[in-house]
Design a protein around this ligand. Structure first.
Ligand code: PLP
Length: 407
């Protein structure tokens, strides 16, 4: 039986048109920096992809910097802007202040923690219980030394969408550069990226039916940034290294596929399926907490905690049933047992965070698949609860020592 794949925030299958374009691109072996015909051929294909992406985003082609991943683009945005400010203002990194949030993807969070450990001042803003940064907290955090703020557009674990336009406006009023990780928003919601006002935006290929190992940073003209890698002058001297030609062509094709979609319509139908899933789970299983906000949320993302279960056991049982979902986030599968920082930030206990599943749908998800998941889930939850010490203790009337919350 074909697996039921409900983990599109972790990654997505390659779109057939992307796969075809990449297969064709594998035959293009010239180095895009070479001036003879074979090189120019590769170069032209990269520039075509850049043009496609720029026109979808409303950017200038030269503002698009291809990178090896969304992770790299986030690193480049934050460290590259800081590095540039240090150089042209002749000041050490410790002279600058950065703002981010507690629920960022690790590629932003760990970058900021690393910089904080090296002496840069960093504010990690808390979020409300819906996972939203409060604009007043953001404004209050800005100081005269604030250089850059990095706040994600949409969260990968719970789907919360931030008021990026308002945050960017407040940042700009105070001369602060604004970066947003838009990896999870792209292709899921209709956004005019030009109008949200961010100075730098990160995107990744494999979340939009494009290839893995390719991402991009949109750097608005006028934003000062330095490269992280020393080497050749590729990508406007901002990302050294011979370009991943098939990857970039695949990324361009994935943007082309999105551009042809009616995102408003597909968001609506995905949201309707998600609602069927949410309602069906609530009706069939007791002790469910919904972690995804009901408003300002990605239409495809549903995070739930199921009392008296462990996500690991649920995932194993779901896998046996041919259902692919995730616990919290894919990035935390290597650190099983560690509660998700996002879930703790919206005030879940460690216990609740460890009992969390994330369903992430796509416009290819069918009603039949959702029906099948709803049919399977009660039995799976009952099985996992049947060996859960807390459930057994509660249902037999004995007291179970609750684990304390760690942050
Ligand atoms: N930012 C967000 C919000 C993500 O969800 C991810 C991937 O999970 C990334 C950044 C990193 O992208 P990549 O996998 O291309 O490094």
């Amino acid at each position: 039986m074909k697996p039921i794949y409900l983990d599109h925030n972790a990654t997505t299958p390659l779109h057939l048109r992307v796969r075809q374009a990449m297969q064709d691109a594998l035959a293009i072996f010239g180095n895009p920096s070479s001036i003879y015909r074979l090189g120019r051929e590769a170069h032209n294909l990269i520039e075509e992809a850049r043009q496609t992406i720029a026109s979808f985003l409303g950017a200038q082609p030269q503002e698009i910097i291809f990178t090896g991943s969304g992770t790299e683009a986030n690193n480049l945005a934050i460290k590259g802007v800081l590095r540039s400010a240090c150089e042209w203002m002749h000041r050490p990194p410790e002279a600058f202040h950065l703002i981010t949030s507690e629920i960022e993807h690790p590629s932003v969070l760990e970058t900021c923690k690393g910089l904080a450990a090296a002496g840069v001042k960093v504010t990690f803003l808390p979020v409300d219980r819906h996972g939203r940064v409060r604009v007043k907290d953001f404004v209050a955090a800005i100081t005269p030394s604030t250089l850059l703020a990095s706040i994600m557009l949409a969260n990968n674990e719970i789907g919360a969408i931030q008021s990026i336009r308002a945050l960017a406006r407040e940042a700009h009023k105070r001369g602060v550069i604004f970066h947003s990780d838009a990896v999870q928003a792209l292709g899921k919601i209709a956004i005019d990226y030009r109008k949200i006002g961010a100075d730098l935006l990160t995107f990744s290929g494999h979340k939009i039916q494009g290839p893995k190992g390719v991402g991009l940073l949109w750097v608005r003209r006028g934003v000062r940034i330095r490269p992280l890698l020393d080497g050749g002058p590729q990508e406007g001297a901002l990302r050294a290294g011979t370009e991943n030609v098939p990857g970039i062509i695949g990324l361009g094709k994935a943007f082309e596929v999105i551009a042809r979609k009616d995102l408003r319509r597909s968001a609506k139908s995905v949201a309707a399926l998600k609602e069927t899933l949410r309602r069906g789970l609530m009706q069939r299983i007791k002790g469910i907490r919904i972690n995804s906000p009901s408003a300002n949320c990605l239409p495809n993302t549903l995070s739930i905690s199921i009392e008296d279960t462990e996500a690991e056991s649920l995932l194993m049982q779901l896998d046996l049933a041919g259902i692919c979902v995730s616990s919290g986030s894919a990035c935390s599968t290597e650190s099983y047992g560690e509660a998700s920082h996002v879930l703790l930030a919206i005030d879940l206990s460690t216990e609740q965070a460890r009992a969390t599943l994330r369903f992430s749908l796509a416009d290819t998800t069918t009603r039949k698949e959702i029906t099948e998941v709803l049919r399977r889930m009660p039995g799976i939850v009952a099985k996992v609860r049947s060996i859960s010490p807390s459930y057994l203790a509660r249902t037999s009337g004995k007291k179970h020592p609750r684990r304390s919350r760690t942050t």
